[in-house]
Each structure stands twice: as structure tokens, then as C-alpha cells.
Design a protein around this ligand. Sequence first.
Ligand SMILES: C[S@@+](CC[C@H](N)C(=O)[O-])C[C@H]1O[C@@H](n2cnc3c(N)ncnc32)[C@H](O)[C@@H]1O
Length: 200
Amino acid sequence: MTGILTQTHTKHNQTLEGVWLFLRRWLAHPLRMGSVVPSSQALCSRLVKHGWPETGTVVLELGAGTGVVSRAFLDAGLAPERLIVVEVDSDMVRHLRETLPGVTVIEGDARTLSDLLPARFRGRIGSVVCGIPLVLLPLSEQKRFIGAMESVAPGRGFLHFSYCVTSPLSGRKLGLDPKREAWTPLNIPPASVWRYLPAG
Ligand SMILES: C[S@@+](CC[C@H](N)C(=O)[O-])C[C@H]1O[C@@H](n2cnc3c(N)ncnc32)[C@H](O)[C@@H]1O
């Protein structure tokens, strides 16, 4: 059964096995997952467009889930050695390691990023994509994630996506400058891509 599912692709580059895994992990940890299904192709392509790294730098993706955003970067031509993904869920990590050969898959809590990131990537992160549902967390926890991203990619800010109509993060309370880069009605539910830079 699993073999059949693995080979049955949706129109997205996600497999049905991936969708099923996502749903199972959502049932186990709804707040940590924040969504019932993986991001759509439409959302992933917008994240790739706005998160494409400068030459010689790498992409850091937090909360990779089943890897749909990661896969979209690879399909757009990013070399796997230029992609680092961090995921806290062991089942997801196993899936990511099986399906994203060559990508650096780190198992752990993104709040401890500075300890998790291998030394060879220090100073090389050009773009950060945060898929962790920060909007569901209290301000103090949001600050921890944002501080962790800033510690490994100073001044770079990060891309984030959300189903909220307005910014999911308070720029004023978090010292960030929010900018909506894109919106897609083709995601379920419709989603926006936000860029947050440290407020000048
Ligand atoms: C909304 S899902 C996004 C998955 C994928 N990026 C996508 O767009 O389909 C959020 C992911 O963040 C992961 N996550 C939540 N808290 C985390 C943490 N503290 N550190 C690393 N990953 C975390 C969850 O396990 C889940 O896979």
C-alpha cells in the first residue's frame, strides 16, 4: 500500500504518502503543525521567487514538514548542497532524509538554531524561510524563534507564510518591518507570503 502511495503523485510534487504523513502528524500535534495539509504548489512557487538566495549563499528552511517548499527550491534549480532544513518531528525528518538526497536535514527545535547549525554554514545563509506557525505562539516564544533566526543570519530577516488577512506578527512588538510580498488564493486556505526585516 505504501509503495503504491509513494508513487502516486498529486499535481503538486508532494506524494500522497506525504499528505497522509502530514495529516497524521497534525492529529498528533495540531498546534505545532498549524495546518492540516502541506503548502500548495502556488504558495511554494511564491516562496521560491521571494526567497531565492544570492550567489554563493544558502537557503535555511525552518519547519520543513514533508518538504514541499524544499522540493520547489530544488525543482527551480537550487543545488541540494545549498539547502538546509530544520524539522522537529522525527517522522517528518525520516521522510525528508528519504526524499531530499543531498539536502542537509537537521532534526531539532529551531529555537536552538545556533547550536544546531553546522559550522560550515556559518556566515553563508542568504535566505531564511520560516514555515513554523509563529502566529499560534505567545509573543515571548515568537521572540525566541526570531532571535534564533537573527543569530544565524544577522540582518537577513525571514520569509513567513500565513493564512491571516493582516500580518501574523506584530512588527511593533517584535522590532520587525513587515512587508507582504505575495498572496495566493490557490492555497487552502488562501495564504500570504510575508517578509520580515529587522526594523531600521
Ligand atoms: C505548517 S507546517 C509547514 C510544513 C511545510 N513547510 C509546508 O509548507 O507544507 C509547520 C512545520 O513546522 C514544524 N515545527 C513546529 N515547531 C518547530 C520547531 N520548534 N522547530 C522545528 N520545526 C518545527 C512542524 O513539525 C511542521 O512540520
